[in-house]
Ligand binder design. Structure first.
Ligand code: 5RP
Length: 224
């Protein structure tokens, strides 16, 4: 029984292989001269060397200090989004992907910058290993909240708690909503209109153009 369950689950090595495959497929979508938004996380960690290896002339925007540092170490040019204005493509990971294309993001606490970058891109590509695909979204949904009256903000949300991580690079606190996520649009609306919430980790399907899901059968390319 235990053995058969173990064989049904992807091993850690499989998962890393899938992340790498999705990242490589996304790197191949980037054109020479492109302005590129770089996400954050362990899947994006495979994207950065794959992009650098292509030797293209790129102008990149990073969604976190960690991504900026690694990208620069690999020789990628990282600039400010305000200096580039629009991006041709943004590539980022996800924590959950539902059948309609709703995402939960922010496991790495970078969802605010990631959402700004996704919205600034002509084409937003999500890369993930197959276990990120879920039949329905579930908690936690990451939050970035203002320090001012943070406990009051969390109480107004209900079912929410601070995450024990450093503040965001923009000086805000990271928290998680832990209540039900039955209706992502309604929840996104409620979180977005709660004073003190800087940004929530629900990404609506309108933000996303392509989803590359890598699993045992290869890389599936979904267009939204
Ligand atoms: C960071 C994110 C990441 O994209 C998300 O957490 C997925 O990360 P990983 O690729 O490590 O599974 O939203 O804020």
């Amino acid at each position: 029984m235990g053995a058969s369950r173990a064989t049904a689950q992807p091993s850690l090595t499989d998962t890393e292989t899938y992340k790498s495959a999705a990242a490589q497929a996304a790197a191949d979508l980037v054109d020479d001269g492109a302005r590129v938004g770089l996400g954050t996380g362990s899947t994006v960690a495979y994207l950065l060397p794959a992009l650098a290896e292509r030797g293209l002339r790129l102008r990149c925007v990073a969604t976190s200090p960690a991504t900026a540092r690694i990208a620069r170490e690999l020789g990628l040019v990282v600039e400010e989004l305000d200096d580039l204005g629009r991006l041709d493509i943004a590539i980022d990971g996800a924590d959950q992907i539902d059948p309609a294309g709703w995402l939960v993001k922010g496991g790495g606490a970078a969802h605010t910058r990631e959402k700004i970058v996704a919205r600034a891109a002509e084409r937003c590509v999500v890369i993930a290993s197959a276990e990120k695909v879920v039949p329905a979204l579930w908690p936690p949904v990451p939050l970035e909240i203002l320090r001012f009256a943070a406990r009051t903000t969390l109480a107004q949300i209900g079912d929410a708690a601070l995450r024990d991580v450093p503040p965001s690079p923009d000086g805000n606190l990271i928290a998680d909503y832990t209540g039900p996520v039955a209706d992502p649009r309604a929840l996104a609306q409620r979180l977005a209109t709660t004073p003190g919430v800087v940004e929530h980790g629900l990404f609506e399907p309108d933000l996303v153009d392509d989803i590359l899901i890598a699993g045992p059968a290869g890389v599936e390319h979904r267009k939204l």
